[in-house]
Design a protein around this ligand. Sequence first.
Ligand SMILES: [Zn+2]
Length: 279
Amino acid sequence: MDFSPLSGNPPHVKHELVVRVFLSPFRVEHVETPEHGEQPNYKDGIIPGHFKEHEIHYILGLLEEYHKDSNNNRLQKWPDSKWIQFRSILKLKVEQIWNVLWARPSEGMENVWMRYLAATKGYKSSVVPSLKLDLNLKLVNLPSEADVRILCLNTTTRFRSRMSLSWVQGGSFGILDWYDIYTYEYEGNIINCDAAHEFGHYLGFSHVAANIEGNPYPAIGAKPGDTEEYGITEHQRGNVMGMGTRVEPWNAAPWLRHIQRHFSGPEKPKFVAYVQNHH
Ligand SMILES: [Zn+2]
């Protein structure tokens, strides 16, 4: 997490959540669904040391599921150029979708915010700066440097991606496929991008209509795994934590929780989040 200096016009403070990401390519040349019902050897595609034994066990289970789902599933080694493309587009796309959130101090709290900025940044203007809430994916070169390790599949059909959330023993891991970095149309009006959704899970979000406290649409009564969890109405499904890419003010919760910790005095300003595309 990082508070960067005041910049821009009007001035704003950048509040970044930094996630160190290690991407591990599936490396076997060609894994084709064999005839006569034998299991392909997926394990050779996973680079030893990048994932823990229990994670590999879980991943192999998912790959077998994928194998059963269709007769046409193929996993291929990443050609160098495609791998480079995947890495850069992943970062670009996820940040582009998430980085539309802003916040300002709630009414009556501007003075607390301004005193804080004067004390910590030497800020002297009378203009109340907004907060720009950003997600920064840092692609790192070693699994040991990462907050999250992701197995990346060069698939010929879509794979159902996952992201685990763990803050113990080396952090989270996930699975993404080639298609996840792209936006595509879902149900006509809804634009989907699985990678952005999976990083939403990493930030701590459940699905948009999951029946949990703090969820904006909790009255649905969906059970984990139900498709209803992804949203009942089209509006709900359009959220990044449904089937879409729309980020809403309630998605600012991970940043707003952090910000409270910067105020150690008796007065902790609340912030109001809003969405604004920046160009
Ligand atoms: Zn999900």
